[in-house]
Design a binder for this molecule. Structure first.
Ligand SMILES: *Cc1c(COP(=O)(O)O)cnc(C)c1O
Length: 225
């Protein structure tokens, strides 16, 4: 077995155990392999080990890499999306995790209509309020959701990145904060927001305990960048 295949097995085991401890069912959270900075050949190893969902944080890298992998891969853009890069992003990514303004969401919907694609996007929320972070302030998410028209692309949930170096209790607070915000918004806006994209290599267990449905794992699968 390649070391990447071994890493994947270990991560899947961690995910399964975390779900079990949280008394959630085995399919309640899925693994997104964050392949940024790794070459198509290395991503192919993860594909050969059974993974199909890959995350990139830069549009250019996504556009270079995606065509080199089999067409049944599902690509997620997990980084910031500039308005002038929406079209190339939609050519490859079915999922956009870093949507952080109404203008951007509307542009995604407009171009998706034009390109006849139906992307899934998530609104990125800055739960911890760190100044260095991207994302909507929690109190601004409702206005974005309410203003979004029904469109070919739809918002399916929320995404957050925990602050670097946060303690275990801070991590619980951030991830629980995203879940509670989702629960409130689902009621107030009458929209199902089933997806919570949260948790990375170092904190996936905590994120799963707090309700993550997608964990974004790079280092624990591909090694240090
Ligand atoms: C790089 C990255 C990850 C993966 O982080 P690891 O700690 O390597 O697992 C997850 N989410 C986002 C948004 C990233 O940019």
């Amino acid at each position: 077995m390649s070391s990447i295949a071994e890493n994947i097995a270990r991560v899947q085991e961690r995910l399964a155990k975390a779900l079990q401890r949280a008394e959630r069912s085995p399919n309640d959270a899925r693994l997104l392999a964050v392949s940024k900075t790794f070459s198509a050949d290395i991503v192919q190893e993860a594909y050969d080990a059974g993974l199909r969902s890959f995350g990139e944080n830069r549009v250019q890298e996504l556009c270079d890499k995606a065509p080199k992998l089999p067409s049944d891969c599902e690509w997620h853009l997990i980084g910031q999306l500039q308005r002038n890069k929406v079209r190339p992003a939609l050519e490859h990514a079915g999922w956009l995790h870093g949507v952080d303004s109404l203008a951007l969401a509307q542009r995604i919907q407009r171009l998706a209509d034009d390109m006849k694609v139906a992307p899934t996007f998530l609104l990125e929320v800055n739960i911890s309020g760190e100044e260095s972070k991207f994302g909507l302030a929690p109190e601004d998410v409702e206005a974005v959701l309410t203003a979004l028209p029904e469109g070919p692309g739809c918002c399916r949930g929320l995404m957050t990145i925990a602050p670097l170096g946060a303690s275990e209790s801070e991590l619980h607070a951030v991830f629980a904060g995203l879940r509670k915000l989702r629960d409130q918004l689902a009621v107030r806006c009458g929209t199902a927001l089933p997806e919570l994209s949260m948790g990375m290599s170092g904190d996936m267990e905590i994120a799963v305990a707090e309700g993550a449905t997608i964990v974004r794992i790079g280092t624990a699968i591909f090694g240090q960048r």
